[in-house]
Structure formats: C-alpha cells, structure tokens
Design a protein around this ligand. Structure first.
Ligand SMILES: [Fe+2]
Length: 245
C-alpha cells in the first residue's frame, strides 16, 4: 500500500466517508430503490477502483467520495435532479461542513478529492475548469472513466427504466410537451459520432438519456478503458452477460 504524507488525515477521511455511506444505507437502502441503485453504483465503482489500482488508497477514497453529494441531493429534492442542484457542489459542501465540524482534517489530498467530486466525468463540460489542481487531473480522469464504465455498462441497465418511470431527472416535469420516447436531434448527432456530450445541456427526454448511457458504454469498450472493462467482466463478473465484450 502506498504511504501518503498525510496518512493519518487520509485514514480519518476514509473512515468518515465509510461511516457516511453506512449511515445513509441504514436510513434509506431498504425503502428507496433509487437510493439502493446509487449505493450499489458507488459500491461497484469502489470495487473497480480496488481491482485496478489495488495499492492506491487515494483512488479508493476518491471512488467512495465521488458521488457523496447525491445523498444531500436526495434529502433536499427527493430525487437526483442535477438540473436543480448539482450533486458535484453538494459533495464539496458536505465535506466543507465536515471540516468545520472537526470530523476530518485538512490536507493536500483533500484538494484532490474535492476536484474529483466537482469534476468527475465532466472535465470538458464543467464551469471553472481552471480550478482543477494539476496534481488532481489524473485522479479525476480515473474516477470519471470508472464511473462511465459502471454507469454505461452495468448500472444504467438496471436504473434507466426506474428513473424514467419516476421522472428522477425531471425531464418530464421540465418538458411537458415533449414525448419522452423521442430522441433530440443534437443527441442523435452525438450518438452517430459516438461522441460524449453534456447530458445536463442536451438531454431533454429519457430517450436522450438512454443514448447518453449507450455512448458511455461504447466509450468503455474501446481505447484505454477497454482493459478496465474486461477486468470488470472477467475478474469481478459485473457484466450480466459474460460475453458482453
Ligand atoms: Fe458516479
């Protein structure tokens, strides 16, 4: 295992995040299928991180912390609606309060973890991107890629239907005149090119959102992410269809 300069602080942060996830799980896991989906997603992202970066505690903590803002988002809105409040910022807010309350201590690695919460999967699209510390770029990239593999190839298959039924993303509420089974023109153009796009900007229907997840899956199966996907399939048996790749 790598030894970090601020090992004690890092251990304390990991302990705090573990406790946060367990507390939230105890509170909501059984009664809320959408929370169950989200916690299962985080658990799988952590498993992929541990399997591919076995000796790296910071990658493991980053995987655990990346969606921590979803918990506050659910408690505030009752759904995961980034159109109303971004979970990226809620994650930072949660950690800032933990610092004020003395539950964790500040250290350099915390800036890297903060960048992961704010930018994972969105380095191209997020505002204020000049704020990413140079030493956090690789970590942000790793978590964004693992997150994309999990969402596109594993998680989305289970939760897309439920999110559409429950209007978790508020697409139906925000676009009452649109048929949720219709694909927007821009989204279809991105799909034809196999190009990732900003879901917060372009997704207006659940059909759009399904294509967004499909592009994540396509990206996960080519280039440098292919190796990680193969390990998810072979070592972790995460793909429902073992011949998926
Ligand atoms: Fe995630």
């Amino acid at each position: 295992m790598n030894e970090y300069e601020n090992q004690t602080n890092l251990d304390k942060i990991e302990e705090f995040i573990d406790k946060t996830i367990i507390d939230f799980k105890d509170k909501y896991y059984k009664q809320s299928p959408v929370i169950k989906d989200k916690i299962d997603h985080i658990t799988r992202v952590v498993d992929i991180a541990k399997n591919n970066w076995p000796d790296d505690q910071l990658v493991r903590i980053a995987a655990k912390i990346h969606d921590i803002g979803r918990f506050a988002q659910f408690e505030l809105l009752g759904k995961f609606d980034d159109g109303k409040v971004l979970h990226h910022y809620l994650g930072e807010d949660f950690i800032a309060r933990a610092l004020y309350q003395g539950k964790i201590e500040d250290c350099e690695e915390l800036d890297q973890l903060r960048a992961v919460m704010q930018f994972h999967g969105r380095t191209i699209f997020m505002p204020f991107k000049r704020g990413i510390p140079e030493n956090a770029r690789e970590l942000v990239d790793i978590i964004g890629r693992i997150d994309g593999i999990e969402n596109g190839c594993i998680g989305a298959i289970g939760y897309l239907i439920r999110e559409a039924e429950e209007d978790s993303k508020s697409y139906r509420a925000n676009n009452p005149d649109l048929d949720m089974k219709t694909i927007s023109e821009d989204v279809f153009e991105f799909y034809k090119r196999g190009e990732k796009f900003d879901k917060m900007k372009y997704c207006k229907t659940y059909a759009d959102y399904t294509l967004f997840a499909a592009i994540l899956a396509i990206t996960a199966l080519k280039g440098k992410d292919r190796r990680i996907s193969i390990r998810c399939n072979e070592k972790l048996s995460m793909f429902k269809n073992s011949k998926a790749i």
